[in-house]
Design a protein around this ligand. Sequence first.
Ligand SMILES: CC(=O)CC(=O)SCCNC(=O)CCNC(=O)[C@H](O)C(C)(C)COP(=O)(O)OP(=O)(O)OC[C@H]1O[C@@H](n2cnc3c(N)ncnc32)[C@H](O)[C@@H]1OP(=O)(O)O
Ligand SMILES: NC(=O)C1=CN([C@@H]2O[C@H](COP(=O)(O)OP(=O)(O)OC[C@H]3O[C@@H](n4cnc5c(N)ncnc54)[C@H](OP(=O)(O)O)[C@@H]3O)[C@@H](O)[C@H]2O)C=CC1
Length: 291
Amino acid sequence: MTDIPAGDIARVGVVGCGQMGAGIAEVCARAGLDVKVAETTGEALEIGRTRLFTSLAKAAERGKITEEEQEATLARLSFTTDLGEFADRDLVIEAVVENEQVKTEIFQVLDQVVTRPDAILASNTSSIPLVKLAVATSRPDQVIGVHFFNPAPVQKLVELIPALTTSEGTIGRAQVFTEKLLGKHAIRAQDRSGFVVNALLIPYLLSAIRMFETGIASREDIDNGMEMGCAHPMGPLKLSDLIGLDTVASVAQSMYEEYKEPLYAAPPLLQRMVDAGRLGRKSGSGFYTYA
Ligand SMILES: CC(=O)CC(=O)SCCNC(=O)CCNC(=O)[C@H](O)C(C)(C)COP(=O)(O)OP(=O)(O)OC[C@H]1O[C@@H](n2cnc3c(N)ncnc32)[C@H](O)[C@@H]1OP(=O)(O)O
Ligand SMILES: NC(=O)C1=CN([C@@H]2O[C@H](COP(=O)(O)OP(=O)(O)OC[C@H]3O[C@@H](n4cnc5c(N)ncnc54)[C@H](OP(=O)(O)O)[C@@H]3O)[C@@H](O)[C@H]2O)C=CC1
C-alpha cells in the first residue's frame, strides 16, 4: 500500500458518516487515499468519527491491518461540517439518508463547491434514480452511482450505476477506483430502482416481514430457517435490522414507485416500526433488541 495511490483519484470526499459513510471512508483511507468526511452537525460528526475509529480498531484487533496501517489510515482522515472544504476533491461519494430531496440538495451544493473540472460526483444510493441526481448538477456526465454493501469494509461488491447522462470516461474512472484502488469487485447495472442486488433482496426481506406479520412463524424461526436452511450469514429480519428499517422502507418505496408491483409494497408493520423509531441496530431496537 502506498501513500500516493495510482490512478487519478487521490482526494476523496464522503458526505454522511452514518453506517455506510463511515464504512466507505474507512475503505478509502485504508486504500491510501486522502479522505475528508462531512456531516451536518458537530454532534453527528463525533458519532460518525467514533463509529469509524471503532471499526478500524476492530480490523486491527482481528489482524486485518497492522498497527502501523491503522495509524497511517487515521492520518489520512479528516472531518468537517463544511461542504465548502470539498473544493479540491477528485471524487465525492454521497452517503446520506435515502431521501431524494436531501440527496438532490447535496448534489446541488457539491456542484457549486467542488472546483476540480473533472471531479466525479457519486452517490451510494440504494434505489434513487441516478439521473435525478445527475440533472441537479451542471455536470450530469460526471455523476454515477457507486453502491457499496453493508458493512463496507467487509463486503467485496460495489455496483456501478451510470445514469443516461454519465460519460464513458466517468464510468471507466469509477471502475478503476473501485477495482484497482479499493480492491472491490464491481458489477454494472442500469439506472433502474434497486439495480441488481436490491431488486432481488428487497422483495425477499419484505416477504419475511409479511410472514412475521401474519404470524406464520416467529422471528427466530424465520431467521434460523434461512441461516441454517440456506446458509445465509444472517436471516432476513436480522439483516433488515442491520440495514436499518427506515432504509428498507425507503428503498421499497422507491422501487414500488418505479415498478408499481405488489412485491415491492412495504407491509404495514414495517412502516409502523419506522414511525415508532424502531429502526433496527442503529436505534437499539427493531425486530430484535440491541445493547
Ligand atoms: C441496502 C443496500 O443498499 C445494500 C446492502 O448492503 S444489503 C446488505 C448486505 N449485507 C449483508 O447481507 C450482510 C450479511 N451478514 C454478514 O455478511 C455477516 O453477518 C457480517 C459481516 C455482517 C457479520 O459477520 P460476523 O461473523 O457476525 O461478524 P464479525 O466476526 O465481526 O466479522 C466477520 C468478518 O469481517 C471482518 N471484519 C469485521 N469488521 C471489519 C473491518 N472493519 N475491516 C475488515 N474486516 C472486518 C472480521 O474480522 C471477520 O473476518 P474473519 O471471518 O476473517 O474473521
Ligand atoms: N444501510 C445499508 O445497509 C446500506 C445503505 N445504503 C445507502 O447509503 C445511504 C446511507 O445509509 P446509512 O449509512 O445506512 O444511513 P444512516 O442512517 O446510518 O446514516 C445516514 C447519515 O446521513 C447523515 N445525513 C443526513 N442528512 C445529511 C446531510 N444533509 N448532510 C450530511 N449528512 C447527512 C445522517 O446524519 P444525522 O444522523 O445527523 O441525520 C446520518 O449520519 C443511503 O442512501 C442508503 O440507501 C447503501 C448500501 C447499504
